[in-house]
Design a protein around this ligand. Sequence first.
Ligand code: SF4
Length: 334
Amino acid sequence: MDIHATTSTQTTPQAQSPDAGTWTLEKARALHDAPFNNLIFLAQTVHRQNFDPNKVQLSRLLSIKTGGCPEDCGYCSQSAHHESGLKASKLMEVRRVIAEATKARDAGATRYCMGAAWRNPKARDMDAVVAMVEGVKALGMETCMTLGMLDLEQAVRLKQAGLDYYNHNIDTSERHYSEVISTRSFADRLETLEHVRQSGIKVCCGGIVGMGEEATDRIDMLVTLANLPEPPESVPINMLIPIAGTPLAEARPIEPIEFVRVIALARIMMPKSHVRLSAGRTAMTDEMQALCFFAGANSIFVGDTLLTADNPGEDKDTMLFRRLGIEPMDLDTQ
Ligand code: SF4
């Protein structure tokens, strides 16, 4: 397909991109910069070849250990390096986590994501997080955790406990990474992703846009993800929520059409992945979210809060889904 064609052409894009694993910045850039209608049309076509276009997967997120994090991610209110005013808390008790997960399941969530503000889990924390995975799994939900860097042994232990997904974002391009975080490297991220894959846990990995990066950085981030030995099963795309007291409090917001281009590109480059419209939905209009779903986003977080930032309440999401004719995705089709 000539993605830049200005006249209508009959197109049959491949379900699995013929470029899988061999994306270059140039190829991805050509798609990204195409006329918007051509890009969105291709993204929707690829989406329909791989998913029911009117189903969206719902995940629920719980912060099991908030704040006081030794990492210095420039966007995050939980870093001990920033003055965001967030109060640090200890690791939540296992039974409280299970009680919260039960409520989420009863409200329709099929995947439960548990996040801890750590550089990496300590040996003394592993028994508790393993018990959380086992308990949530026993409720019949998919389990996901984000705990920072993992060594292979920890990943294998979590897999044995029943962990389905591990979230570990690469955040941005390799070039822009050190502008945002100094306490770890891009290579550190890739190493943990490798441990997660080796253990057999599915990978949830994406990034954040609107952190002062160039369009090239956003494209390059997707090239890295699409070229992983196996692309992530879930690709969260977050729009920065600037938080007072963090280094990115004044970051220039990304323009909505630019954001939709990133979603569309992710859909085309990783046709079989769930592309998650993640943090930042409170700053999006219903129309922008609808456009993102049309561009291939098919997963969201539900609930009033993400780890620490606001998220549209369930009523608002339910109403939007009703207006768009979108239904929650069943567990067995995920
Ligand atoms: S994003 Fe995660 S690792 Fe970075 S400061 Fe926040 S909690 Fe820590």
